[in-house]
Design a protein around this ligand. Structure first.
Ligand SMILES: *Cc1c(COP(=O)(O)O)cnc(C)c1O
Length: 388
């Protein structure tokens, strides 16, 4: 067995050696100027990734789920009405969290494989003359289905309706891998995490708040402590943290931001697009279907692939792990057993993609899928050959 094989789960993702080495650090005093300087530069440079100049970025020792909690606790109060679409496991979990926090969620049910429906958001917002809806929640990239939603279109829906609701966006599996424009899209709170596009271990919730969201957190009476923007802001401004920071993660994140900037964000996005196009070429070469129903909404970071009727996708992901020591994502929720997921985000190269596709292709062939050896990999090679 080897630990050199990449993983193809959509998070946590592969960690480049540069980042692993950068994190291999002895503890420094988190109250020392050295640490203030480090996290100050990290928070500043994260703004480039969120594409915000006016927003404030926070790094909580947590995961993306904590980022969701920070977004709602700081800007909303129990009883507030929020509008959200459910079209996969992650959008569902955020809705579930809102309900547990006593928010009144108006859920737009959308078939899995579809994006959050901007037209339905527009209708509901236009109908809400009294302005009862306090926030609109959008999952930018639904990691369960491999579908990208159009946040700019939801912004337009808000603006056209002249509606003042907040726009809260989950970019956990898109930010740093796919274009995300916090300021241009008028996002009030954007949520990400360290273990996907940022190529780190789990451990940081990266959350960017607009001026409006910060002001709401200042006047809010909602009970919260750990994720309080104001307390974090005060401590960060004084060069520190309100509690123990995830210290070594900041060395890793510094390296990650350097790597993203050396490559150039546009090239990072193009690399993800190319990897995704190669995966999609392979899926069509295999004669299989993506869960994502419309090409403009296909995700560049993850692809969910239906297995043919009569096959169990869990048997496939089990075999490929046992026999080849390579992990792919299982189907989540209603897709369990029916689809597997290929994570192609973060530290990913054309060569890794080819290796992963060839391996799962062999496993499918071995299990008697109607998938010929070479059918998908050749299509992916052709795609790379055209794009190189
Ligand atoms: C991974 C993920 C989350 C949850 O993040 P955790 O770090 O596992 O808490 C939330 N939303 C999306 C879209 C994700 O992909």
């Amino acid at each position: 067995m080897t630990d050199q094989n990449p993983i193809f789960i959509p998070g946590p993702t592969n960690i480049p050696d540069r980042i692993r080495n950068a994190m291999n650090r002895q503890t420094v005093d988190h109250r020392s100027p050295k640490f203030s300087e480090l996290f100050g530069s990290v928070l500043q440079d994260l703004k480039t990734i969120f594409k915000t100049s006016k927003g404030t970025v926070f790094a909580f020792p947590s995961t993306g789920t904590g980022g969701w909690e920070a977004a709602i606790e700081n800007t909303l109060a129990p009883g507030d009405k929020v509008l959200a679409a459910r079209h996969g496991v992650f959008s569902h979990r955020w809705i579930d969290m809102c309900q547990r926090h006593g928010l009144d969620v108006e859920v737009i049910e959308s078939e899995w494989g579809n994006p959050a429906p901007a037209e339905t958001f527009a209708e509901r917002l236009a109908a809400d003359k009294a302005g009862a809806i306090k926030a609109v929640l959008v999952t930018h990239n639904e990691t369960a289905t491999g579908v990208r939603s159009d946040i700019a279109a939801v912004r337009q829906a808000l603006d056209r309706a002249g509606h003042g609701a907040l726009l809260l966006a989950d970019g956990v599996s898109s930010i740093a891998s796919m274009n995300f424009e916090m300021d241009a899209w008028g996002v009030d709170v954007a949520v990400s995490g360290s273990q996907k596009g940022f190529m780190l271990p789990a451990g940081l919730a990266l959350v960017a708040a607009s001026e409006k969201a910060l002001e709401l957190s200042r006047v809010s009476k909602t009970a919260r402590c750990f994720f309080d923007f104001q307390e974090m802001l005060k401590a960060n401004k004084a060069g520190g943290y309100p509690y123990t920071p995830a210290l070594q993660h900041f060395y890793g994140l510094r390296e990650s931001l350097d790597m993203l900037s050396e490559e150039g964000l546009d090239r990072v996005f193009a690399r993800h697009r190319r990897a995704a196009d190669a995966v999609r070429a392979a899926v069509s070469g295999w004669g299989l279907e993506l869960c994502s129903k419309s090409a403009p909404h296909h995700s560049d970071t993850i692809s969910a692939v239906y297995v043919p009727a009569g096959f169990d996708s869990n048997v496939l992901t089990d075999l490929v792990l046992k026999k080849y020591n390579v992990s792919f994502g299982i189907g989540l929720g209603q897709m369990n057993g029916k689809a597997f997921r290929i994570g192609h985000l973060g530290s990913i190269t054309d060569t890794m993609i080819l290796g992963g596709l060839a391996t799962i292709e062999m496993a499918m062939n071995e299990l008697g899928y109607p998938v010929a050896l070479g059918s998908g990999t050749t299509a992916a090679q052709q795609l790379f050959a055209q794009r190189s």
